[in-house]
Write a new protein. Structure first.
Lengths: 319, 302, 500, 319
């Protein structure tokens, strides 16, 4: 009884566990500690952004520019590092670069929010335009060639281990906790839900709806920049071709986690499950050596299937 | 330890960076070599994205493969992950493209990207000298936004050799690597520069698109296309009577795939392998129809 | 054109709530049957079942002796069962004409191809609207009309069907006297033509005028049916509430402090909605603004609250001039506003009752930006108790409440902010008699504690009952002021209609 | 007076004309008849789909799968042609192939609608999953190699001329007229607006809301298949890598044309303008030999700018 209740209320958790158990037996090397740490590290970057995206989508908006945003911020960081490193040394140079990238993407998020506020421009289209602009900008910064200005030690950030756990995982957990706190225990977080649920009702209740949306967009910009720096650290360079197409992966993870695209409904806990789900699928299929083409079919099918299950069970609970 | 391993116990991971027939043919070559030796071959695609490549490599490290046969996405961005793999005792073989740190791969097999451009360039130089009176107005189609380094090598390699046939005036350099996009871009270029007489496309999709665009514009016999890659369709264009596609340079992906896996197996068995292997490229020109015919037969036999 | 409706054990269950409980009754043809009952008693549910909007959990219904099974509203419409729903159901971006003929636009044929005949749709709409004496153009876009006007469009739409059974779920809740008269004229005409009607309203005064029978529901059950001619209002109230009713409000003394104008409005204009509006609101006062449909009351309140801009004029709160009001700032300095259309802008329908009751007080409860449900719970419990909101659990979505109970949530949301000044725009819309009294009592209690409020309602009786002072608004201008204790209903009505 | 009115009501037309005039002077060869015909042919494929997408978006849904849909239908057509050509001759084989592709994509559109209806699955996520599935399927059909089963004559469909005008342009115009008629003069078309504007009101008015949405999705599937066949004809093969990323271009065109992403508002005439706008930008920049990276920046910027202008002027008219 209790179990079926749990199942109905948390279908994604169950699906994830079932898939996990299946892979333990079916995918060689899946169950090793090393591989699990790997999965964690691999989902870190998209996961961080997905946490931010959850806030955006709950608030009733969307951000399609994050793929280019990641590449852009890696390139900015690498570029500033290259310019400064001889003068200031690598540590300061990289810090400056990363902070600049965060500031720029925060600013772009805020600008997107302002365009929404003052001109009612859908974030869908603004960020779609930005996807192209930022990709072009990243290429212009690098002139198409990866900028390799980082010292080898920088690799630690994205690929190093601390107490046996990949370093980025700590960032991942910290940001998850932060967003969890924001969404559940702050007036900003509550406002996200209200604003996404009914903009006008929220406005008439004295909530600063635009500040709320804009902040969500800006914060996600910062998260995107962090992911970009981590990627740059992993590949030890700023590359304009990184992270192409991530927007769709990240949004998928958020939706799989039960967040409603129409706004007003969703949890970052769900997003965590969604991120793990996608991460485990990719890892499992690679380990099982599923052919490239079938991977596409299986992955798309599983996304549809998972969301379908989510909705089908949700209906049952309600009825 | 690897030196005493039996081939049958080996697991080799292979990574391509794109989903196209060039890499598909490489994979077929790899498969045939793996089957022959009885090793397990895993296949992955990094989709030209450095972070996807890292994730694949890490997954293969976790799975504990014996060797990774890879066409790295970037000379530099691919180093850290491959170094990690190498440090974990995994043998790295690079093909098609490689990394700047030569200490990591045990072997590197390639048709140098620049050679590809050079080869078509040489055929073009001849054509310019003989047919165009030493003067050519040229447009190029690359894939800079996708893979800037390789695109640069192929385009510049072409121009460097083609110049030897006379004076070149390069009027347009654009990106278009998918056929349908290349039709549009090449069509636009022809409109902007009606006096253009040579279009060079640096990959298969671009070449198909350029040929179709010239046909659309009704400029067969006035504009001549030079391309890269030897596919059935492109060889067919060479054999076609409409005199549009003049020359292509085929890599030998099947052979390259075979040799890459063989090198990995050999290295895993502790045999010495060549540090660098150049897989020859094959220029195919309209002037040598029988060679083109032979090549088509070869393709069909794969 | 006529219809006898019979229901046999009709039951509708939502989760733990039995909204309609073995409802069995026969509705005779060519009559107007009033459905009465307090908020959440199941009236709308009955209508929704008859209209094919929801399917009954069990039970049968029949039309003229034939079983009817409606699996969608389309089925009901095909059987000539037409409904004016409690909540507005028009498409905001489309024109009046298209909304009226939605899904059944007139067609013309050309070369064997059938296509929509726009000219004919416009003409037919024009005739229909003129027949109803409405001054709305067929090409007007719905979203540009006031709520009252939209309500009349809905009625026009229902009329255009030539219904044999017409279900009216609080059609007058957004209408003023003139439009109510218009509606009643139409209903009488339909009755003469043989149409059977069910009519839901919380306005007791309307029953005598329009209803033939009264059917009372309580907790989803059929309590009884009486001929209107043979009953009195207090009998009906008894049936509705059992014997707990009849707490007429105590006479009250105005708490207004004429020396302390907490809100001053001077020369506020935004043409064409309103122009040169000036008035003062005193501390502790309940100030009414009366006017006909579209007089501009809502617009003025929204502008003061900062929900809409204005062109010129001054707003002074507590001696302080407000430059660019916006809802957030106004909330901060102690204003509150309950909007007239709760479904669209008053509530977040998908969210819990808890969250809706805590929305306006969010920032008050979170001085450092940090908030917990526990901190909000006392406020939620207080409002549920004070307002007798009928809920199962505060975590249920507010959309599961009946219309009247939703209205109470809107009200409670603002009470939780402990406001200094409140604007109540149609606070009693869709609220049953008893709940209405509760709401009025709260307004008065708060006034005693120093709350100043502006009260707007289309029901003039109510205005006289509640307000300390009434301003009259006509065609966007303030034209005068009345003392309710010295004014009869007729006088107030005339003032609104024709000026002072 | 009249002109400023026109300007305010039709900002995109004006922007388009201004850009056009600019290009006449700035872009060599832009003003030639040949080039204009070229632009027309180039926009045909995305344009056809954009017409369908307008219906979908007006009805309050979205389709993100069309990029893969185009590739898939080209591959299906090529594949069936290859299998049948020896038996039936090329004409019948290609026809069969094209019809099969249309039927499959129509079916998938209907399925998407059904999932929305019965399980409330957002079309955003279903079609996002399909994007991946169809791409995988196209690759499985072709095994990664373009299928070159078409005779040379087939090229006419996508690249030929009739009375001096590219043949696909006729298809483009026909489908535009069809959608225009549907959206303005049929119950189905008007239902699209009602359903997208207020789903519940539409339902209460007796409109079959699900049939309406489903039909829009299905029809767009057919249009996508037609575009796929035209592309296959142009490149004389069925290629799984065709049309990648088109979904975003097509949606951009629709939004630039003034259709609201929130449903209920939009015209196919606007979409036509949007399609032309994007087509002219690409053409103009190629003619001017703008570098690839700058093209990205300019294109994204122009999209944002155009939509911004649209919204800014729209506000003015209302105020
Ligand atoms: N969709 C729903 N889900 C759950 N419960 C519902 C739903 N609709 C109505 N109810 C419940 O059914 C009961 C009857 O509601 P109904 O809307 O019929 O009342 P009503 O008599 O029309 O009240 P009012 O006068 O306030 O409009 C209420 O308790 C309400 O909460
Ligand atoms: N969104 C809008 N756009 C254009 N005009 C509007 C809008 N809302 C209201 N109006 C117009 O402004 C005038 C005042 O409307 P308002 O809603 O303030 O009237 P009201 O006195 O509150 O009456 P009601 O009982 O209808 O709410 C009306 O003529 C109405 O048509
Ligand atoms: Mg009701
Ligand atoms: Mg009003």
């Amino acid at each position: 009884m209790q179990i079926t209740q749990f199942f109905r209320r948390h279908p994604m958790e169950i699906i994830l566990i079932v898939m996990f158990i299946f892979l333990v037996f079916a995918a060689p090397g899946f169950a090793t500690v090393n591989n699990q740490l790997n999965v964690l590290r691999n989902i870190t970057m998209q996961g961080i952004i997905a946490f931010g995206m959850t806030m955006i989508i709950v608030s009733g908006e969307i951000d399609l520019s994050i793929g280019s945003g990641v590449a852009f911020s890696g390139c900015v960081t690498a570029w500033i590092t290259r310019e400064l490193v001889d003068v200031t040394g690598p540590f300061f140079a990289i810090t400056m670069g990363a902070l600049t990238a965060m500031a720029i993407l925060f600013g772009i998020g805020v600008l997107t929010g302002k365009l929404r506020q003052h001109f009612n421009m859908p974030t869908f289209i603004t960020t779609l335009g930005l996807l192209t602009v930022l990709s072009g900008a990243a290429n212009l910064i690098t002139d198409g060639f990866p900028i390799t200005s980082f010292p080898y030690e920088f690799n630690f950030l994205g690929s190093g281990y601390l107490f046996g756990i990949p370093f980025p995982v700590y960032i991942f957990i910290t940001l998850f906790a932060l967003v969890y706190f924001l969404m559940n225990y702050t007036s900003f977080g509550r406002s996200l839900y209200a604003v996404g649920g009914n903009l006008e009702a929220a406005r008439l209740s004295g909530i600063d709806v635009w500040k709320t949306k804009t902040l969500a967009l800006g914060l996600t910009g910062v998260f995107t920049a962090i992911a970009g720096v981590l990627i740059a650290s992993q590949i030890l360079s700023g590359s304009a071709s990184a992270a192409r197409g991530w927007e769709l992966d990240v949004i998928s993870a958020v939706i799989i986690g039960g967040t409603s695209l129409f706004g007003g409904k969703g949890t970052v806990r769900g997003t965590l499950i969604g991120v793990l789900f996608l991460g485990v699928i990719v890892n499992g299929m690679t380990l099982m050596n599923v052919s490239e083409y079938w991977q596409y079919v299986v992955r798309g099918g599983l996304i549809i299937g998972a969301v379908w299950m989510n909705h089908a069970l949700d209906r049952k609970v309600k009825a | 330890f690897a030196t005493t391993a039996l081939a049958a116990e080996l697991t080799i991971a292979s990574i391509v960076f794109q989903q196209d027939q060039f890499f598909r043919t490489i994979q077929m070559g790899m498969n045939s070599a793996a089957d022959e030796a009885g090793v397990t071959l895993l296949e992955g695609n990094s989709e030209s994205k450095p972070e996807k490549e890292i994730s694949l490599i890490d997954t293969y490290i976790a799975r504990g493969v014996d060797a990774i046969v890879i066409s790295p996405v970037s000379k530099v961005a691919s180093i850290p992950a491959l170094k990690r793999a190498s440090d974990a005792g995994i043998l790295i073989v690079t093909y098609n493209s490689t990394i700047d740190d030569a200490s990591i791969p045990v072997s590197y097999l390639n048709s140098a990207q620049r050679d590809l451009g050079n080869s078509t360039g040489q055929l073009a130089a001849e054509f310019i000298k003989n047919e165009l009176g030493g003067k050519a107005i040229v447009a190029t189609l690359g894939f800079k936004a996708l893979l800037p380094e390789i695109s640069g090598d192929r385009v510049n390699g072409f121009l460097e050799e083609a110049e030897k046939g006379g004076t070149l005036e390069v009027v347009s350099q654009q990106d278009a690597w998918l056929a349908e996009k290349a039709i549009q871009v090449a069509g636009d270029i022809i409109t902007a520069n009606p006096n253009i007489n040579i279009i060079y496309a640096a990959n298969e999709g671009g070449t198909v698109g350029a040929v179709q665009a010239v046909r659309n514009a009704g400029k067969a016999g006035e504009i001549f296309v030079f391309g890269i890659d030897g596919t059935e369709q492109l060889v067919g264009f060479i054999l076609d009577g409409d005199n549009v596609l003049q020359a292509i340079t085929a890599q030998q992906p099947y052979v390259m795939g075979q040799m890459a896996v063989q090198a990995a197996i050999a290295a895993a068995k502790g045999e010495t392998v060549e540090k660098t292997v150049i897989v020859p490229v094959l220029g195919i020109s309209r002037n040598d129809q029988s060679a083109a015919q032979d090549f088509l037969e070869y393709l069909k036999s794969l | 054109m006529s219809a006898i409706v019979e229901t046999q054990g009709l039951t509708k269950v939502y989760g733990n709530v039995v909204a309609l409980d073995k409802f069995t009754h026969r509705f005779e043809k060519s009559r107007i049957h009033a459905l009465m009952g307090k908020n959440g008693s199941g009236k709308s549910t009955l209508v929704n079942v008859l209209a094919g909007v929801v399917q009954p959990t069990s039970g049968q219904m029949s039309l003229n002796g034939k079983d009817m099974h409606f699996s969608s509203p389309a089925d009901a419409l095909n059987a000539n069962v037409v409904t004016v729903h409690q909540e507005l159901s028009l498409v905001p971006e489309l024109s009046v004409a298209e909304n009226i003929y939605l899904g059944r636009m007139p067609k013309s044929h050309f070369l064997g191809i059938s296509k929509i005949d726009w000219t004919s749709a416009r003409t037919k709409t024009k005739i229909l609207l003129e027949d109803m004496k409405l001054e709305i153009g067929p090409d007007a876009i719905i979203s540009s009309l006031s709520v009252g006007q939209q309500q009349t469009v809905e009625i026009a739409k229902a009329m255009s069907f030539n219904p044999s059974l017409l279900l009216l779920d609080e059609p007058t809740s957004a209408l003023a006297s003139k439009e109510v008269e218009m509606l009643f004229r139409l209903l009488r005409r339909l009755r003469k033509q043989g149409t059977t009607m069910m009519y839901i309203s919380h306005r007791m005064s309307e029953l005598a005028e329009i209803a033939d029978t009264v059917t009372v529901l309580r907790d989803g059950k059929h309590i009884g049916t009486v001929e209107m001619a043979e009953t009195t209002n207090s009998d009906i109230v008894d049936m509705m509430f059992g014997n707990v009713a009849h707490n007429r409000p105590a006479e009250r003394v105005s708490q207004a402090d004429p020396n302390n104008a907490i809100l001053k409005v001077q020369g506020l204009s935004r043409k064409p909605a309103y122009e040169d509006v000036s008035f003062e609101l005193f501390k502790g006062e309940v100030l009414g603004i009366a006017g006909m449909l579209g007089a501009g009351r809502t617009e003025v309140l929204r502008s003061i609250f900062g929900a809409d801009p204005f062109d010129s004029g001054e707003i002074i709160v507590d001696g302080q001039k407000i430059k660019d009001p916006d809802p957030q700032y106004m909330t901060e300095i102690g204003l509150g506003y309950t909007p007239e259309n709760r479904k669209e802008v008053g509530l977040v329908q998908a969210h819990s009752i808890h969250n809706n009751l805590s929305m306006a007080s969010l920032r008050q409860n979170a001085p450092l930006g940090i908030i917990t449900k526990a901190a909000e719970r006392p406020g939620v419990i207080k409002q549920v108790d004070n307002l007798h909101i009928k809920i199962d659990s505060a975590e249920d979505p507010v959309s599961s409440l009946s219309g009247g109970n939703q209205q109470k949530v809107v009200f409670g949301n603002w009470m939780n902010t402990n406001p200094k000044i409140m604007f109540f725009d149609e606070p009693s819309r869709g609220v049953d008699v008893q709940a209405k009294q509760q709401i009025f009592k709260i307004i008065w209690d708060q006034a005693e504690k120093g709350l100043s409020s502006i009260f707007v309602s289309t029901e003039l009786e109510e205005m006289l009952e509640v307000c300390d002072r009434i301003l009259i608004m006509r065609e966007g201008r303030m034209i005068g002021e009345l003392d309710p204790s010295q004014t009869t209903l007729t006088e107030l009505y005339t003032a609104c209609m024709e000026g002072l």
